[in-house]
Design a protein around this ligand. Structure first.
Ligand code: AMP
Length: 252
């Protein structure tokens, strides 16, 4: 589902389901579009089929939340985690500068993510106004119920956490991905994250100043052995279903 208002993105979500749930799930998605902070003037629903044999299954990354008193603290914490994973300090700075200044030309935000070569900081996505859009990832019904309950129990429930965790889990599923950094472009949502197989999905509050419309995602990769087309094809086309939920920790 993709909802827009005067051509501007308002809400988006997707699901991988059995065909007997198509009507119910589409109702939920329309409901989600209609209850967005801005009422959309266009809602697009697309239904396409997925070959069941092409689906792979995953356990969601563990989730931690760090309470940062300021964006400076959030930056230093993110840097610390990314440094531990092996991203050089100047490349981390480059990724922050990119996300803070607008990932697309003319200081706009991309709809997708930037793929950054971790040793050099080069951007590898071919279209740097669109970026790479991670798609075809969902939870089983049972796993979605469990993740929602666990997040609620830890006081960090929000549907956007569920969606972002699914994306980060899929991205981390490829060995070429070293880490991921991102935050929302929504001016009211300032919690960002760093994620990787080693650190899990680490949410960090105050990653940007309230009111800022800057946001995006950077996937740090190693180019050694990387087949970029295959990697992008995995992110955009390979169906991944999360059927096990990792640990979810209370706020630190
Ligand atoms: P959001 O967290 O949904 O507010 O998205 C923040 C930013 O992350 C967007 O402006 C995009 O640049 C990027 N983004 C959102 N969804 C995806 C996705 N499915 N795949 C890749 N990048 C995304």
């Amino acid at each position: 589902m993709r909802a827009t208002s005067s051509g501007t993105h308002v809400s988006g979500a997707e699901r991988i389901i059995n065909d007997d749930h198509i009507i119910d799930v589409n109702k939920d998605l329309i409901q989600r579009a209609l209850t967005s902070s801005i009422l959309p003037d266009e809602i697009c629903l697309t239904v396409d089929s997925v070959n069941i044999d092409s689906i792979s299954y995953a356990r969601s990354l563990n989730v931690k939340t760090i309470l940062a008193p300021s964006s400076e603290y959030a930056f230093s914490k993110s840097k610390e985690i990314l440094r531990t994973i092996g991203i050089p300090a100047n490349i981390i700075q480059k990724a922050f500068d990119l996300l803070n200044s607008g990932t697309a030309p003319e200081s706009k935000n991309m709809r997708g993510a930037s793929i950054m070569d971790a040793p050099t900081g080069d951007r590898l996505e071919s279209d740097n106004s669109r970026g790479v859009r991670v798609s075809r990832v969902d939870y089983t019904e049972e796993a979605r119920k469990i993740v929602r309950e666990k997040l609620k129990r830890n006081g960090i429930y929000h549907e956007r956490v569920i969606d972002a965790l699914a994306i980060a889990t899929k991205v981390s599923g490829r060995i070429e991905t070293i880490a991921e950094l991102g935050w929302s472009d929504n001016p009211d949502y300032t919690t960002g994250y760093v994620s990787s197989r080693e650190s899990g999905y680490v949410r960090i509050t105050n990653m940007k100043e309230k009111g800022s419309v800057r946001g995006g995602r950077v996937f740090f990769v190693k180019t050694e052995g990387l087949n970029l087309n295959e990697y992008i094809n995995y992110l955009e086309r390979q169906p991944v279903i999360i059927n096990r939920i990792g640990d979810i920790f209370p706020m630190e």
